[in-house]
Ligand binder design. Structure first.
Ligand SMILES: Cc1ncc(COP(=O)(O)O)c(C=O)c1O
Length: 385
């Protein structure tokens, strides 16, 4: 992957470590080496860049593994870039026109609603596909977002199993609470899945199952079956409540950087930033960092949220933690540099990533690393390493 411009030219940039990405895929696979993998790269690969991520993972996919994206547009973007591997549209398609476009691009469909079966059978009757299709039937086992009810699943299975235009039927579901080790729901959802398969007369061995996303890959081995569907763990984020991904050996893929653009001395009693919500209890040396919510840094990060400043000391780089002070603005945020006299204008700041887990910043901001990564805006330059 080429680094197009030196990071030093940018006010805010994200380095994307493709070695870490591959390392994380290997860790996911190691949980069930015999299973195939749907490498989930929806939402611009969780904000990491769809095409660079897909290209970096291509060499790691085994024959039969897939990329997973949410939308038709994402699948078509991969095909337009020459990605030839199997691609699953995890949300399926809604209209007959989308169905035709998806099949023309050899995208695999998830069927989650009865109207999709009608559209598909109508299309088969009109123009049978040149090559029989691999289809994924999604069962709603309790999350009640997408998925066929048990009855709908039985109808869909019977209509498509053995159909001349269908070569493979795979079955999938998605957990609501796999991130919570204490929840009963994951076990219940597995029971509902078994009941749906039995109700449709599906014998073990009749089809491959795909159930586990990152949380279940890491802590529900009973749900591994023939396919793993890792998303956030590929990018080095935590899928499990109260955990940090690094503690499971996952490496951060995105490190978000900026710079100190100004330094000030503020007297005790003065306030900082919008809303004057932060009052200095003593004289303070503060740094203004050139990144804000307009770049994707969470506005809800509270005072005290750490950033890392890389500064020069005795001709070596030293990492210092500095706490956020006051509200995050659109383009800037303020950090306390008291006791860090060596920090100077131009010093690099790490907002999350290597050395500062995105999971920690997310937790402090009342969100999850998934959202932090997806919310990085186009103002931030991406540097792939
Ligand atoms: C259907 C489906 N499978 C897999 C994933 C990947 O989940 P995770 O990022 O938690 O691994 C998602 C993400 O939301 C999903 O919606």
């Amino acid at each position: 992957m080429t680094v197009t411009r030196a990071a030093a030219e940018f006010r805010a940039w994200a380095t994307i470590d493709l070695h870490a990405l591959r390392n994380n895929l290997a860790l996911a696979r190691a949980r069930q080496p015999e299973a195939s993998v749907v490498a989930v790269a929806k939402a611009n690969a969780y904000g990491h860049g769809l095409l660079p991520v897909a290209r970096a993972l291509q060499s790691q996919l085994r024959p039969g593994d897939c990329f997973g994206v949410a939308t038709l547009e994402e699948g078509l973007a991969l095909r337009a870039a020459g990605i030839a591997e199997d691609i699953v549209l995890l949300e399926g398609v809604v209209t007959p026109d989308e169905l035709r476009r998806a099949l023309a691009a050899r995208l695999q469909l998830v069927l989650h609603s009865d109207y999709q079966l009608r559209d598909l059978l109508a299309l088969f009757a009109l123009v049978p596909p040149a090559d029989a299709l691999t289809l994924w039937l999604k069962v709603d086992t309790g999350m009640h977002r997408l998925g066929l009810s048990q009855d709908e699943f039985a109808t869909t299975w019977r209509a498509l199993h053995g159909h001349p235009s269908v070569s493979r039927l795979r079955v999938m579901t998605h957990f609501a609470c796999a991130d919570d080790p204490a929840s009963e729901m994951t076990r219940q959802q597995l029971d509902v899945l078994s009941a749906a398969l039995a109700g449709a007369g599906v014998q073990p061995g009749d089809c491959e199952l795909s159930v586990a996303a990152s949380a279940a890959i890491q802590q529900w081995p009973d749900s591994h079956f023939q396919w793993l569907r890792p998303g956030i763990m590929l990018y080095g984020g935590a899928a499990i409540l109260a955990e940090n991904a690094v503690d499971r050996g996952l490496r951060p893929v995105m490190t978000l950087h900026s710079r100190i653009m100004a330094i000030k001395h503020v007297k005790a009693g003065e306030t900082l930033g919008y809303g004057a919500s932060y009052r200095c209890e003593q004289d303070q040396r503060i740094g203004i960092v050139s990144i804000g919510y307009g770049d994707g840094y969470p506005r809800h990060a509270p005072s005290g949220t750490p950033v890392l400043v890389i500064c020069r000391q005795d001709s070596r780089n030293v990492l210092l933690r500095a706490p956020l002070c006051g509200r995050v603005s659109m383009d800037m945020l303020i950090v306390d540099l008291s006791g860090c006299d060596q920090i100077a204008v131009g010093d690099e700041v790490i907002l999350w990533g290597e050395g500062l887990p995105a999971d920690d910043i997310a937790r402090l901001s009342g969100t999850i690393a998934y959202e932090l990564f997806c919310q990085v805006t186009p103002r931030v330059h991406y540097v792939y390493i």
